[in-house]
Design a protein around this ligand. Structure first.
Ligand SMILES: *Cc1c(COP(=O)(O)O)cnc(C)c1O
Length: 715
């Protein structure tokens, strides 16, 4: 970070020469100097070059307006105003609370000024660097010799081996130097919450609007287990979103608790509508508790917020309505909700404490913010027992945490602070809105068909769009609750032709998997592919070029599709999977072939039914896992699942939502679950390269899906 922008004074030799001298002195201090053309050029430069660490300008020419505009971009950026002895100083700069320093134009003093600028720059860097990251940087800079783990010793060990040096050169010196042992006392302890680690947690809690925050180095998979282990004692009952991440299924397998499911709705497109309001009522919960063996009134609830497709709950309603002592919002997908006003009231940490309840929110920092994989956070609001919670925390945390991950969590938080943070999130929202409008425009201008987008009419303003009753035409949810669910603008679902929001199948269609494969072969990886929809995430790492390449990919797909190119030309990777099968096939035949299969099997109806009636819980996930550990399981074909108790969670991907939980049995009433799974398999069987991925089932070489079931007679 070493660029200083200089706004050169115009037409005044007595000012020019001092600046020329200063330029030389700054270069000698290691700064690079740049000269913006005018104020708007300067603002653009600051916006696009976070490495700019100071601005020099002429006070007579620019003064206050420019300062306020710079402040909106970055209120921490040091500003250096040059004045002559007659400049008026009537401005209330103090009110602006900026880092601003004044210098006089003069010759022979440039070296001293440059030194001061170096010092203020260091202070700026110090201000924006969060505590643990700072301590880690300093530790690495000091370069102490340690005689503890890790065994590579700041990378030295790698450099003693040919293959080791390859590794070292690839990852670079600092990556290895920053990988240090927990015995380094200067950095405090992640597990004991001391020193810079404690400071980092406090810093993060302030940033995210939490009372307490915990940094977790093994993903939200682990965060979810920590919260669950603490919040529900053995034998107690928990309310769990049926649309839960598999880590919560694993929690249920580890901990002897009884699940009672909150059942989400879905539309014909396969998009989850979230849990309807009625599921949160006392009557609904009482009924389910009465129907579940061993169940008592739930002590804890887990809700996935947002859903995979980007629907956020009115969390205030849930916090007030749901009659349980603690509520956990699994917000792995939305770590940014505290940083834009459009998400107010839609996140776990938003708003004040809820009297008598503890609210938890878990977030995968790495998913949509800038942090290393596995970076995750637990936020808490409400009274809880810190010591017991920390036992649960340590139970799931390594005693050798990776500090690079920890520092990346803290840096992700630091990036969101102040105006630079606001702008970062605002930019992703704006970029997503722009993308949405572009798709709309292309659709209007396009000859014949084009992709559609899942959104209401008119998406001009940044906001989260309510899924309201009466608006079914765009969202397709038949029994939506008022003011309950909201679509996040940065989760963009593109629709391909073939099915309406209401599930009416068209004569012709283009299954989304084809488009996903086409984009993939062009280096664009889609987050999720449904039958006729594709999900794109506009995280802060998505820049204009990436958004453009998706648009280009979609228009190129349309052109190639309309020309009816051969599969071998259009999808060479798919062709390579089975050249005989795809030898002469053209893209439209492939699309219509799969579309026809989906129609024949009436996928929209089957998918709705599959989630309408849950299978029957015979054993809790915990009991079932114990049976599995004892070896009381056997393997059967998927088709034989009716009347058998599944040992594991079965989760077809897409749609990425579990259909069978460990210990559950598909009965005649819930047969649609199996029919749905079998349909996915059938479609996959007809077209090489389109096999469905079913977690919890094993695909054999000859194309059969095997699942493990309880061998109950072995009891
Ligand atoms: C991804 C995800 C998790 C797990 O997060 P990791 O950081 O990958 O461990 C948990 N819950 C939900 C809803 C997720 O999408």
């Amino acid at each position: 970070m070493n660029i200083i922008a200089i706004m050169g004074p115009h037409n005044a030799f007595y000012k020019d020469e001092p600046i020329r001298e200063l330029d030389g002195a700054l270069n000698a201090q290691g700064f690079q100097t740049i000269y913006p053309k005018d104020a708007s050029d300067l603002l653009k430069l600051i916006e696009h070059n976070p490495r700019i660490c100071g601005v020099i300008f002429d006070w007579d020419e620019y003064s206050q307006d420019l300062c306020s505009e710079i402040q909106l971009l970055n209120e921490y950026l040091p500003l250096y105003a040059f004045i002559n002895t007659h400049s008026s100083m009537d401005v209330s700069i103090n009110e602006m609370r900026m880092s601003m320093w004044f210098f006089e134009y003069g010759l022979g003093i440039s070296e001293e000024i440059a030194q001061r600028i170096r010092q203020y720059t260091n202070e700026y860097i110090d201000t924006i660097t969060p505590p643990l990251t700072k301590a880690l940087f300093n530790y690495v800079k000091e370069g102490k010799y340690t005689f503890c783990t890790p065994g590579h010793m700041a990378g030295t060990a790698f450099q003693k081996s040919p293959v080791g040096t390859l590794f070292y050169d690839f990852f670079g010196a600092n990556t290895l130097k920053a990988d240090i042992s927990i015995s380094v006392t200067e950095l405090g302890s992640l597990l004991d919450h001391t020193g810079p680690h404690l400071e980092a947690e406090e810093y993060i809690a302030r940033t995210f609007g939490a009372e307490q925050s915990y940094m977790v180095t093994n993903g939200t998979s682990t965060s979810n287990k920590i919260v669950g282990m603490y919040a529900a004692a053995a034998g107690s009952t928990v309310l769990i979103d049926r649309n839960c991440h598999k880590s919560l299924t694993h929690l249920l397998m580890m901990s002897d608790i009884i699940p009672v499911w909150l059942k989400p709705t879905r539309n014909a497109l396969g998009i989850l509508g979230g849990i309807p309001k009625r599921e949160f009522t006392k009557e609904s919960i009482a009924l389910k508790v009465a129907q579940t063996e061993r169940a008592t009134w739930p002590v804890h609830a887990v809700i996935t917020n947002s859903t995979y497709d980007g629907l956020l709950y009115n969390t205030q309603y849930i916090k007030e309505t749901l009659d349980v002592p603690s509520i956990h919002f699994d917000s792995a997908w939305v770590p940014y909700t505290n940083f834009h006003p459009i998400y107010q009231g839609l996140s776990g940490m938003s708003g004040e404490r809820t009297p008598g309840k503890v609210i938890y929110e878990t977030q995968s920092t790495h998913k949509l913010l800038a942090a290393f994989s596995q970076a995750s956070l637990i936020h808490i609001k409400g009274d809880y027992d810190e010591q017991t919670f920390n036992e649960a925390y340590m139970m799931h945390t390594t005693t050798s945490p990776n500090y690079s991950i920890v520092a990346s969590i803290e840096t992700a938080a630091a990036m969101l602070r102040g105006n630079p943070g606001k702008r970062l999130i605002n930019r992703s929202v704006e970029r997503a809105l722009h993308f949405r409008r572009e798709i709309q425009r292309l659709r209007e201008e396009s000859e014949g068909w084009f992709f559609d987008i899942w959104q209401p009419e008119g998406v001009d303003e940044p906001e989260c769009w309510a899924i309201q009753p009466g608006d079914e035409d765009w969202h397709g949810f038949m029994e939506a609750d008022a003011d309950h669910m909201y679509l996040d603008p940065i989760k963009v679902t593109i629709l391909t032709p073939g099915m309406s929001e209401r599930g009416v199948m068209a004569d012709e269609g283009i299954p989304a998997a084809l488009v996903a494969k086409y984009l993939d072969e062009r280096g664009v990886v889609v987050e999720k592919t449904g039958p006729y929809n594709l999900l794109f995430l506009f995280s802060i790492g998505i820049d204009k070029t990436k958004a453009m390449s998706v648009l280009r990919g979609l228009t190129e797909f349309k052109r190639a599709y309309d020309l009816n190119l051969r599969v071998s030309n259009m999808l060479p990777d798919l062709y390579a999977q089975d050249p005989d099968f795809y030898r002469t096939m053209r893209i439209q035949d492939l699309a219509q072939g799969i579309h026809r299969l989906i129609r024949e099997h009436d996928l929209p109806r089957l998918m709705l039914q599959a989630f309408a009636t849950l299978p029957e819980m015979k054993l809790t996930p915990h009991q079932m896992f114990q049976q599995q550990v004892k070896g009381n399981v056997e393997t059967v074909e998927l088709a034989q699942l009716v009347g058998r108790v599944s040992a594991n969670m079965i989760l077809p991907y897409p749609p990425g939502v579990p259909v069978v939980m460990p210990g559950e049995m598909i009965t005649e009433e819930s047969r649609a679950v199996l029919d749905f799974l079998l349909m996915l398999c059938t479609i996959g069987k007809h077209y090489p390269g389109f096999e469905t991925d079913i977690h919890g089932a094993k695909l054999t070489e000859d194309g059969r899906y095997l699942v493990r079931v309880w061998r109950s007679e072995a009891e």
